[in-house]
Ligand binder design. Sequence first.
Ligand SMILES: Cc1ncc(COP(=O)(O)O)c(C=O)c1O
Length: 478
Amino acid sequence: MGDNVGLYEKLRMYSESGAVPMHVPGHKRNVGLLGAHLPYGIDITELPGFDNLHDMRGVLRSVAERAAALYGSERAFPLVNGSTGGLLAAVRALTSRGDCVVMARNCHMSVYSAVEMNGLRPVVMAPRTDARFGISCCVDPGEVDEAISKAPGCALVIITSPTYEGVVSDVRAISGITRSRGVPLLVDCAHGAHLGFSDFFPKSAIREGADVVVTSLHKTLPALTQCALALASGPLSRPGDIARELAVFQTSSPSYVLLASIDECLALLDTRRDELFGALEGNLRHFDARVAGLRSLRIVCRGGGLDSRSGFYGYDPGKIVVCTRGVGASGAALAEALRSGHGIETEMSASDYVVAVATVCDSRERFDALADALISIDRSPGVLRCGKTPSHPPSPPAPPPTGGLVPLAEAEGATALEHVWAYPPGTPIIVSGEVISAAALREISRLAAEGASLRTSSGSPAGFVAARRANQAPATRL
Ligand SMILES: Cc1ncc(COP(=O)(O)O)c(C=O)c1O
């Protein structure tokens, strides 16, 4: 595919390439199920009769009411800027400048951005890492209680459930604690818009008692990229403030194509939920049976069920997380082998695993293709060790950071003055204010070697981090 081809043409060629999409968006380009009638002919602005997203009274209000009824919330807000816009708005709506908040360490960068923008003082809870798979465990309710006690006047608790890897926290127990303390609970449910529609999947966070939930329809349901919802219930949820802040963080020209996609997605859930989720359950059970005999590759929560001591309160079976520890290869090597050897594109790869996303738009053949590929790689894991290594992206130019630039090789023990993360998954490896650990530096150097997209909040050049060395006095800001 040449780079001198226009973007539309490039997209069209890719869509005809036959690549198997085990990634978001959840519609999986399934025009057979969803039709191909979006978008130019219906791309309009706020014409009479078409309502206003920032003051919903007509057709958009009906969309919002349908979403609230389906998800069981008191209020719902359609979002056209993904969960990112919803999280920025919700954090701002539920806090005042300088407030203390409690947040999980594995929150998305949009939550860190909201904390910074509003000058909030975070008390950070660090879910432990599962020793078998190297993924974050759930947030422990007891830890939430303890963290609130350490956050004077705590204004808000923010957690992610499910995580990118499908780990679900006990939102019922956590919301019981936050409610008894009079603190609103915001759950980032970007990866869980499909939860709660069938008993095969964990319950949805809003039905489990969260005050505000932000969820990306586009990730795991049939909706165009950027389509999302904010849901609010109960006396702590402040829907009026959320509406006000959504008008700040979302465009004043929302796309009716995206809004129509949200409506269609909700209509599909309303009318064909049992059929679609029944088929997905059948496909996932079939997939599980097919991969039950894998010898070296292991799939998280497949075959063995949940262990109550495992650190996973619940698990989203729509995430297929394949762990490569048993074959001594990286997640990136497995993703590359699936891509180049089997035409399968996965959602995300990390040190030791790959995440594939399964949705109601996937056919049985797709699950078979993934199972065939995994079985074949499991039998000949050598393909992972001689696979092509992705090339390194060019280093970005180096805008001067406000703190000192410290080479990563010398940064252990220094205090970070910026966040460092890779996208995906968009959760920080280093958080500003933290003492930089050897483990974090190892993770960064591994990601750099794999050509991952590493980012820093002050734009430090590759190989450096803005930090204060252990023996260095704090920088004075001019
Ligand atoms: C945990 C989490 N929250 C929020 C977001 C942002 O969602 P969106 O892409 O819909 O803006 C992401 C994106 O990947 C995410 O992983």
